[in-house]
Design a protein. Sequence first.
Lengths: 507, 528
Amino acid sequence: MLDIEGPQSSHRLTARYDELLAPVTSKDNDPNFYRASATYTNLDERFRAAKRTYERQYAQLYFSRLMLLKEIMQGRVQQLWPGIPVCSILEVQESMEVAVIGTIYKNMKLKPSILDEYSKDRGLKAALGASNFCSDNDSLVLEDEGARMVLSTPSALTAAGTSSSAGADEPLNVQELVTGAVVAVRGVHEAGGDFMVSAVCFPGMAPNPHPPPGTALVPQQISAVAADAAPGDKYIALASGLCLGGSKVDMLKIQLAFDFLTGNLGSPVEQQLSAQIVRLVIAGGCIGQLEALVGAGVGGSASGNVYNRQAQGAALQPVRDLDLLLAEVSAGMPVDLMPGAEDPANVALPQQPMHRCLLPASGMHGSFVRATNPHEFESDGVRFLGCSGQNIDDMAKYCSIRDRLDLMERLLTYRHMAPTAPDTLTCYPFHDKDPFILETTPHVYFVGNQPEFATRLVAGSSSSSLPAGQLVRLVAVPSFARTGTIVLVNLRTLACHPVLFDGSLGL
Amino acid sequence: MPIDDSAEILQELISLVHDELKVLSYKWVARHYSISANTAKRVLFQLAEHQRDKVRTVYLVSGWTKQEPPSHVHRLVEAEQLQVLRESLGDITGMHVYSVAPNQATNPDSLWQVTYQQSQQLLKEIMSGQPSASAEVFRNNSCSAVRFTAPQQQARQPTAAAPAPHPAKGAGPGQRTAQPQQQPQQSERRAKQAETDTAVGNVTTVAPTVAAAAPASSPPKTEEASPHKASGPSPHKAAVGKAAAATLAKPNTLANMWGKASTKPKAAAAAAAPAVMAEASAEAAPTAVPVPAPIAGDEDEEDTPVHVVAGRGRGRKRRGAQIEESEDEGGEEPVVEAAMAAAPTEVEDLLRHRGKGRDSKGAKAKGTSKGDKEEKGKAAGTKRSKAAAAVPTASPAPVLEAVESNGGDDTNMDEAVMGALETAAAVAPQQQPALLKPAGAAGGGARGRKVTRTYINDQGEEVTEEVWEDGPVPLQPQQQPQQPAVPPATAAAKGKPAAKPPAAGNKTAKGKAPAAGQKSMTAFFNKK
C-alpha cells in the first residue's frame, strides 16, 4: 500500500518488545525521548468572525461566491472549450452553442422542507429515513446574477454518465451535483426553454503555490518512498469523535490513545513513535451529543428545578472530562481543538473556537490551541486544511456519491469546502467574501467524524489546474468512539499511519 | 529511582491491592509515586510475578496485525489471553503490564476509573493552586518517556489578564499574584468606564486611566514577585499624586472649616463645595495632564494652598457642619447643596486614595499631619476671614456651571459668590472638564455593586464577567447631555449611600465621610 505505513523493520535493532517485562534493575535504564518539534502557523484568520450580524440575506453569499469564482471559470472554459463563447443566462440565444457560468440549484422532491411539516402528510418521508434525499426525478437549475434556467440532458448522455476524472469536462450528471456548486455548462438553448447540456466543467483544484518541502513527491517515487517511514520523520496526529457525551463512552480506549500520544503507553518502540508526533489535531466531535448536555438539565426538571447546581454539574460532566483529557494531553504535546457538529460552539459554519471557559485546565497550557472549525494550518511547510465533517456529511445526503473520499475530491474540484451551505448546511451570512472558497489546495485535506478511516493521494493532472506532480492527501478521519482509530500523517511523505486502540479485553 | 525504593513501593502496592482491593494501573502508580511510567510498568510486573496467582494482570500488547494491510494496534488483554493475542499479531512491538487488580470480580470500568479519579483529583489540586508532587507530574507529564517543553505562553498572557485569572496559571507564585493582579484590572476597567461615561473623558479621566494603566501594566512584570510588590504599585501610583496634593493642602483645613462653619456657614458652604472642585481640578492637573495644570495654576496659584486646603477641610467639616447648613438654610440653595454633595464624596474619594497610598507607604505622614493640622487650624483661626474671602475666588467656576446647568434660576446665589464668579469666570472652562473628574474618580474609588456584563471581545468570543461597578455610573449617561457640571456631582452623591464603604483602610475618614454624604443627599432630595 502506498498510502499506509507498514511496520518498520528497523526497530528490532533498537529495542526489544518485552523490555518492560522485567524487574526494576538500575535507576536510569529508561530511554528518554524528546518530542520532535515542527514549525506551526495557524491560518484560521479567515474563518474567525469578530463581529457577527445575522441581519443579511444569504443571497449575497451566493452572489459573492459566483463573482469570486467566475474569473476562474472563464479561464477554465477557454482552456477546455476553445472557441465557445461565454455568456450570461439572459444573453443566451436559441440554437447556438454557448457556455454559461452559474450556480447549481438542485430541485429535490425529497428534500426536507419546514413547510412540508404543515402542508403535507409526513408518513412517506419518515419511512424513508434521513440518510439520503436523492430521487430519480431531481432536476437542475442554473442561476447566475441575472436569471435562472432549467438544465436538461440529452437522454443518451445521461445513460452514459460515467464519472470520469473529476475536474475535466464531463456530461451532466444530475445525481452527483449538489446545490451551490459553481459550474460552467456548455450546450444549446432549446425552443422549449430548457438548456440542453452537452458538457459540464468545474473550477478544478486550485494550484498550490507552496510545494511541500523535503523530497519532491513525484508519483513514480511514491511507491518507493511513502511506504517506508524513516527514523527522523515527523507526524501530525488526527483524531475526531471522542464522543464523551455519548451514552456508552469508552473511557479506557480514550485513555489508551491519549497515553500513547503523551508517550506513556507501550514500550520504547511506541514511545519513539509518539515522540515523533509533533501535534494532535482533534477534528470535532469531542462531546458528540449535545443532547447529553441538555438531557441532564431536562432530567432535572422532572425533579423540580432545572437550574439547580447538581443537575448542571451532571450535565457538564462530559465537558469536564474533555477538559481533563485535554489538560493531560496538552501537557505532553501541542494540541489543536476544533469544534464539531454537536460540540458546545456555534452551529453555523465557520464554527468559532470553543470558549475558553469550557476548558479552564487545558487552557493553562501554552501548547493548547482552540481552533475554528474549518481549520487551516501549516506545519513544517505542509499545509493542512480540515473540517469536522459537517460539509461531507451534508453533501452525502444530497447527492448519489457514497464514498467519502470521492466527496472530498469533489469538494476540491468545486474549489469550495461547503457548497451546500447555506442551502442545507447552516453558515454565517457572509456578504462580501466566501471563506470556504479554496484559493489554494492544501497538501493534506482531512475531514473528521467519518464512519471509517480512508485515505487517498490525489495527484494533479493536466485536466485540473493543480499542476502535474502536485499531490493532495485526502484523509477521512474516523470517529474515535466508533473505530478507536487515530491517524498519523507523515509530514515528509504524507503517508498515513492509522493507530488502533482496543480496550475491550476481548469482551 | 533506587531499587530499595522500588521494593518499598512494591510492598505498599501489595497491600493496596489486597487490602483496599484497588485496581492499579501503571499510570496510577507512576503518578502516585512520581516515578516514570516505564519504571511503574516494571514495578507492576514485579508485583504480578510476585503475587502470580493472587492477582489479575492486564497486559498491553502493541503490534501489527497479520492481515493485509497490517494495521498498528494497541490492545489490552488479560494474562490468560496473552498467548492467544501474541499469536494473532504478526509483529509485536511492545508489551507491558497495564494494570494489576485483586483476584476477584471487579467492575470492568474500574480498569480506567481509578486512574480517571486520580486525574480528576490531581486536576483539582492544580486548579486550587496547591499542587502536590503527583499533581506536578500530571501537569508536566513528567512520568512520560517523551520529554516535551511547552512553548512559551506569551500569546496567552494578554487574554489571561482580561478575565478572572486562572488560579493555577503560571508557576507557583503566579497563583497568589493573581489576586492583586485583579485590583489594577478593576481600576483600569473602572477608569475606562469613567472615560466612556463621562463623555468629556479625554482630559479629566486621563488621570485615573494613566494611574490605573501603569499599575495594570506592571503586574506581568512583577508576576514572579511577591504579592506585596504586585499590589504595592497599584494603589500607590494612583494615590501618590493625590496624596501629594493633599498633604500640601491639609495643614489649614480644619481650621478654615471650623472657622467658616461658625462665622459664615452659608457662604462657607457655598464656597466650600466649589473650592473642593477647584482643588480637584488643581489636583487633577498634576496627576493627569499638563494642560489644565498651568491654567488652573494661574488662577489658583496663591489660592491653592489655602483654598484647596479650605475646600478639603471643609469637605470634612461639612460632615458635621452640613447638617446645620442643610437644615438651617433649608431649600435655599440647591446648587450649593448639590455642589456640597459633590464635595464630600470627592473628599472621601481623595481620602480613600490617600488612605490607599498610606497603606503602601505614607501612613505616618498622614497620621502626623492630621494632628498638626488641627493645631495649625486653630492657629489659623485668624485666617478665617481671609480664607472665607479667598474661597469664593476659587469657587466660582463650579458654581457657575451649577447655575448654568440649572437654567440660571437660582436667585439665592451669594453676591460674594456672584462677584467672584466674574472674576474667576476665566477659570471655568478649565475647571469644567476637571469638574467631572470627581464623579469619575469617586466612582472609581467607590466599590459599587457587582454587575455581570457581557461583551464580544476581539476574538469574537462572548465574554461574561462580573465587574465591580461604581454606583453612579448608570445615572450619568442620561443626565450628562443637559447638565454637564452638576450630574456627576449629584450622581456621585446619589450613588454614595448605595455604595458600600470603601475597602481601603482609612478608618477615620470612612467614619465621617458617609455620614456627610448621606446628609447632603437627603437634603438634596428634600429641596428638589
